[in-house]
Structures are given as structure tokens and as C-alpha cells.
Design a protein around this ligand. Sequence first.
Ligand SMILES: [Zn+2]
Ligand SMILES: [Zn+2]
Length: 370
Amino acid sequence: MRKGLQEELLREGLCDWCIGRYYRLASKGTLEAAKANRNSCIVCRGAAFYDYRQMLSKELERRTFRTYNIGVRVSDKALVTEENIVLKYGIKNYTPLKQALRSKIMEEMKDVIPGSPARERPEVNFIFDFSDSPRVKVAERSYQICVWIRKDESVRLTAPTCPHCNGRGCSYCDWIGKENDGSLESFLLFVFPRLYGTGTPTITLPFKEIPGLKISGTGIPVYMSFSSVSDRVYMPLKLSFKPIDGVEITQAYTLSSKSEYTRRYFLTFYVELLLTEAPSNKVVNSLYSISQVRLFGERGRVWAKSLKVSRVELTGNKIRLVLTIESGISLYSLLGLPSENSIKKVERPLLPDGLAKSITHLELLRLVEA
Ligand SMILES: [Zn+2]
Ligand SMILES: [Zn+2]
């Protein structure tokens, strides 16, 4: 360290905290004199001397969380000034501004903030932003739960779009954009938050509604996503809630990420058709246009749509179709079935004109989930 460094840093207009970072051996006298620069310090701009507790108090009032992290934001100008100072004076071993501020805030706040600090996937992130007028920004991790339900034929799953605002949100629909019509979705959007004091969740059903479908067995998954961290803390205790009549929850759990329910399933299966006579090439080619088929399980049935015929195999008057369905949900789950080989029957796919009548036998051979 060059001689007289601390006096020069003091003359530059640095505060005692910044001089201490750049030169650990600074004298008491220098540090005392540098206290006068605390509000005007050209590097930290007073960020080291704010009342962090005061800055955070409002955000702490409204939140419950288990883990947190603290981040710091400073202006580009402050970073450039620091770089110029350390280059000019050849300062090497020092803790950079942002890192030093973060440690200082962590240390001062560790007994004030409830919960434990966590660098990895904290539930809430408090960002002390000094880049403009100092304030705390909060980033919360969204929170997903999966609820598996069984239901009677009479229960509707999805709520219709609010007719007053066409889904944009209005006072009539509490800014949700859907109608409170007694369906499962409307229960989760309108009633559930009131009953349990949570925020409004986003509901994802990984398939289109099939009217009159009874869902039995293990049921189907319904995903609820919350953006408030308080919901995350209390929800696991409330997963055993009783929804509307005709709906039963078979299991519920929290998901580690959103990607768990955006995953797609591909189901491939073979269907054999027996025709009264050998089909023409034209008929065989037209089979590629089949786009939906009805599947029957032990306790349910479903239209499998967005179906693709990937291959047509022809032997005499026997045709084997290789079909693939892309689905947001496992068809087994949709049908309430435990596993493959449990789909019992395929009803006639929507066949091209003229072909349907000539089919004498239709059998599902195999179902493979990829
Ligand atoms: Zn400073
Ligand atoms: Zn509305």
C-alpha cells in the first residue's frame, strides 16, 4: 500500500466505510474525519448507512416465509467510480461495493428477518436497490400444488369466461375474468382464497373439458399456482380441503417446479381394423386423415384428439394403424387407470366416408406411453 493512501482517499470524498474496505490499516483519526462524507461518499453514496430495518419493515409486515436471500443493486455510476478509484491508487485486496454492502445488510438484518438465509431457491428475495432513491424490491418464488380429483358426471371442471368483461377482468368477476358458476375451477378461484386466506391462484387443467365425464380411480391432476409466498407456507396444511359436492381429492402435493405440469405425454398405440374386402390405395391413404378416436377404460372413456396416424400397415383385408396422441396428461390418469394395457376398447375412429361401413372388427392391440 502506498504511503499516504488513506489521506488521499479522504480527500477524494470517500466515507469511513469505503476507506476501510480499500485500506484496512486506516487510522482512527482518518476514519473519524471520513464520517463527514457518509451522505456524500462518491462510491457508496450513503448506501452503507441507511436504516435497512426501516427500509424493510413494510415488506416484512405482510409476509410469512421460511427462507430468504438478500440482493443489492447499485448504480452503474457507483461501480465505475469504484473502478476508477482502485485503478488510480492501485488497490488490490478489497471487497467490492455490492458484495460488501450485501454482507453488511445480511449481518445487520439477520436477527430482524424471520426465517433462514438461503442462497439456493429462497422463497423470497429482498433486493436492496440503491441505484435510484433507495428502496427494497421483493421477488417471490411462485408456488405450485397439484391436487388429484375424482368427480361425478354432473360436476363441471372449468369456469366460463366472465360475460361482462370477456375475460379481461372487471368488478363483477373480482378481476378474475371468469364466472363463478359452481364449477370446480370457480370454486378454486373464488371460494378457496376466501376460505383459506390465500391469494387467487392460477388454475391449469391439462386437458379440455369433456362434458359428462365421470372421473374415477386415482383421478386427474388439477394444478394451482400461487404467487404469494404466504400461501406457500400455509397451503401444505390445507391440502385436505373439501371442495364442492361431487368432487373428491385423492391426493395433493407441492411441485418443485412449473415444468412438472407443462410436460407432454406421447401415447402410441396400434389399432387393427378388419374390413369386408381389401381396401383400395385411395382408402388406405385416406386413413392418414383420422384425427380422433374414442378410448374406453374400466371406469371412464375419452375422446383422444389431435391424433396422428404415423403408419398404416395392410395385410389382405386387415389394416393396422399406428396412432400417436400428444396429450398434456397421461391418458391413463385421465381415464382413472393404473397403467398401460388397461384401456379395454377403442370405439370407431372418425373414419373417411365409405370406410366406416365396411369395418367388421376393430381392436386395440397395444398402448405404449412414451
Ligand atoms: Zn462510501
Ligand atoms: Zn369480468
